[in-house]
Design a protein around this ligand. Structure first.
Ligand code: SF4
Ligand code: SF4
Length: 230
């Protein structure tokens, strides 16, 4: 895909409200039924600090609404990306910002892990919380992905964890889901994070706010990205 097209795509997505756009080759992480797609466009939206900073011992109603609005924007940007790629003759497959599927063994995961492509694009790392962490925005981001067969420029090097000895998210988590290990590439998520414990706690403790879909305490606790606007 030529540089002019990629510049146009990036400009359009940033205009729509995204904070970063990344390109990566994803062969190691794509499931067999999507293996025709060798490349990914990562779409990143930075959440509002005003909303995230209100999270204390519980998510807020504003945060749940903001989470859903961010997902809707990302899904719209994924459609724009697909259409722009299609007009260039490329196949493109949008992965929704937030959609769990229940037919792939792990009922707490999606068709494709956004953070795999985001890390491959050099945009950040996977934190002890199992959240994607950007060096600029921390985990205060939402992601979507467009898989494509168009060849994209991928000269970036995946980032290793910068969590170091920090345990702030581990201490902030009320469910014990975060096991406290640094993520190393190739690990299964279950080695650092108990998705079942997290989901159960969100449903039990916060079902009245976000139907059990949000919590945000580990995101709020992370020092990365927390001071950008302060
Ligand atoms: S979302 Fe809440 S329950 Fe789940 S890991 Fe983070 S802090 Fe723990
Ligand atoms: S709070 Fe600390 S350990 Fe958790 S993801 Fe952020 S930097 Fe890593």
């Amino acid at each position: 895909m030529d540089e002019d097209f990629l510049s146009d795509l990036r400009r359009r997505l940033l205009y729509e409200g995204l904070c970063e756009v990344g390109f990566s080759r994803i062969d190691e992480t794509v499931p067999p039924d999507l293996a025709r797609y060798h490349y990914a466009v990562t779409l990143m939206y930075r959440m509002s600090d005003a909303v995230v900073d209100e999270i204390d011992n519980s998510p807020t109603y504003a945060y749940f609404q903001h989470y859903r609005a961010a997902n809707a924007l990302l899904d719209r940007c994924a459609l724009i990306t697909c259409e722009m790629l299609r007009r260039e003759g490329a196949a493109a497959y949008p992965i929704a910002a937030s959609q769990s599927v229940h037919d792939r063994g792990d009922k707490y995961t999606g068709i494709y892990q956004h953070k795999s492509a985001a890390v491959a694009a050099g945009l950040g790392w996977i934190g002890k919380s199992a959240l994607f962490v950007s060096p600029k925005h921390g985990p205060r981001v939402r992601l979507a992905t467009v898989l494509t067969d168009a060849e994209l420029p991928c000269e970036t090097v995946p980032m290793e964890s910068r969590c170091g000895s920090c345990t702030l998210c581990v201490k902030a988590c009320p469910s014990g889901a975060i096991l406290g290990k640094n993520y190393v590439r190739g690990m299964e998520r279950s080695e650092i994070f108990d998705a079942e414990k997290c989901s159960r706690h969100m449903k039990q403790a916060f079902g009245h706010i976000g139907r059990g879909a949000v919590c945000g305490l580990c995101m709020r606790a992370c020092p990365w990205g927390a001071s950008l606007n302060h």
